[in-house]
Write a protein that binds this ligand. Structure first.
Ligand code: UDX
Length: 435
């Protein structure tokens, strides 16, 4: 079928490439002419494992096309997916719906009596489907369409894997015709995944409730890490023991500097705002938001504490992206920690390295830090190695070489990358978390 994806970001592009790979004719529409030109020239605009080869293959085969023209993108389409951003409103922190509503209004102008399903793929507040439906109906009473909620559950860094290996497909639909079209779309997944058909509002809620729960789970294990530090336990042993209980599961129990990224922070804020809007106490989510933000400030203080006796210290920061496997530094705990370090110690010298995140980090930190070409370049002359993102290459650092680069031999490891005993055997002073 012909599918039109509105928005070619971290959700829209992998989704469009995935459906093209499954044999659909996919048009991706974006307002950014530079992005569309780059994509049409065959250059993928985000880093995702496995995306580039599928993107190039389907661009060459003509299964996927890119345009800034909504008219061109929507011509004879069967299914429209709205995958534009819903960032936190700068003042209220609620999900800013201006991009969703603008896309709905523009879509309305190009609809006719030819039936089309419009799916909200972006993470949208409960009730958005009703809003989008009324916007389109008022703009174009002749339009023949149904709105469904089709939330994405792609993890950054695993978007291609998650697209082809979904745990479930949640479909929020109030109409059998629309549900049948979505069923047809997912026929290639037949038997491999569960199709979960619910009401539109339930589908919209599932997305937020899932992300808020996962964020809470991450914050919980970070609170347990603090407890273990004081009680003499070892958080990695505790997390493993907890995860062996199938009711808990072993995922999202890795302690660290707190959660970040373009989803958990905004989705927890939006969920808390919806709680206040519906006059429901979402205390667990509210305290998760505060606790996670406080943790990044705590981690910055810990880093400064390890170099408090060093004259004119230099810190080598390893990791700037919000997690390994992605170039995305939006709401990255590593970036927040660096910003807090520079706020608390403006004269601190920081040399930073990240395998993929430096281009985006530069837009956030500018020249406040020095950017290194690799880990050892960052470590040159440094008094402290601060591991902030769990890139595998930091786990396999040559500690002999690292020691020879550094001025003082101190490691603070906020991701549990390096074994304490190994670090100490190489003569490092080692500070970890959760033990
Ligand atoms: C998340 C959801 O997982 C995904 O389903 C949804 O579609 C989008 O939001 P993403 O934001 O890409 O995906 O990253 P995720 O892998 O969920 O990690 C979120 C944050 O939690 C990251 O900062 C990560 O470092 C942190 N995290 C995750 C931990 O600190 N510990 C963990 O065990 C897992």
């Amino acid at each position: 079928m012909k599918i039109t994806i509105i928005g070619t970001g971290y959700v829209g592009l992998p989704t469009g490439v995935g459906f093209a790979e499954l044999g659909n004719s996919v048009w991706c529409v974006d307002q950014d002419p530079n992005k569309i030109e780059t994509l049409n020239n065959g250059t993928v605009t985000i880093y995702e494992e496995g995306l580039e080869e599928l993107f190039s293959k389907n661009l060459k085969s003509g299964n996927i096309k890119f345009t800034t023209s909504m008219k061109e993108g929507l011509a004879d389409t069967d299914l429209i997916m709205i995958a534009v951003g819903t960032p936190p409103h700068p003042e209220t922190q609620e999900a800013d719906m201006k991009y969703i509503y603008a896309a709905a209004a523009e879509i309305a102008e190009h609809l006719s009596d030819r039936y089309v399903v419009i799916a909200t793929k972006s993470t949208v507040p409960v009730g958005t489907g009703d809003e989008v439906e009324s916007i389109i109906k008022s703009k174009n009473p002749m339009a023949n369409f149904d709105i469904v909620s089709l939330p994405e559950f792609l993890r950054e860094g695993f978007a291609v894997f998650d697209f082809f290996n979904p745990d479930r497909i949640v479909v929020g639909s109030n109409n059998e015709k629309a549900s049948n079209l979505i069923n047809k779309l997912y026929l290639p997944f037949d038997g491999k995944t569960k199709m979960h058909f619910v009401s539109r509002r339930s589908s919209e809620t599932i997305k937020y409730a899932s992300n808020a729960f996962l964020a809470m789970k991450v914050h919980y294990i970070n609170e347990m890490a603090n407890f273990c530090e004081k009680s003499g336990a070892n958080i990695f042993e505790v997390a493993e023991g907890m995860g062996l209980d199938s009711r808990i599961g072993n995922k999202f129990l890795n302690p660290g500097p707190g959660y970040g990224g373009s989803c958990f922070p905004k989705d927890t804020l939006a969920m808390a705002h919806m709680g206040r809007k519906f006059d429901v106490d979402l205390n667990l989510i509210e305290s998760t938001i505060k606790g996670n933000s406080d943790r990044q400030k705590q981690m910055a203080k810990r880093i400064l504490n390890t170099i408090k006796d060093v004259k004119d210290p230099t810190v080598a920061v390893l990791g700037l992206s919000f997690k390994s496997g992605t170039d995305d530094c939006r709401e990255s705990p590593a970036i927040s920690i660096v910003q807090e370090l520079l706020f608390l110690a403006p004269s601190l010298k920081i040399k930073a390295f990240d395998p993929k995140g430096i281009p985006m980090a530069k837009t956030l930190l500018g020249n406040k830090v020095e950017y290194a070409t690799d880990s050892y370049d960052a470590l040159k002359g440094a008094d402290l190695m601060a591991i902030l993102t769990e890139w595998p290459e930091f786990k396999s650092l040559n500690l002999d070489e690292a020691k020879s680069c550094m001025r003082k031999n101190c490691i603070i490891d906020l991701r549990g990358m390096i074994c304490t005993d190994k670090a100490r055997d190489y003569g490092f002073t080692y500070y970890g978390i959760g033990k």
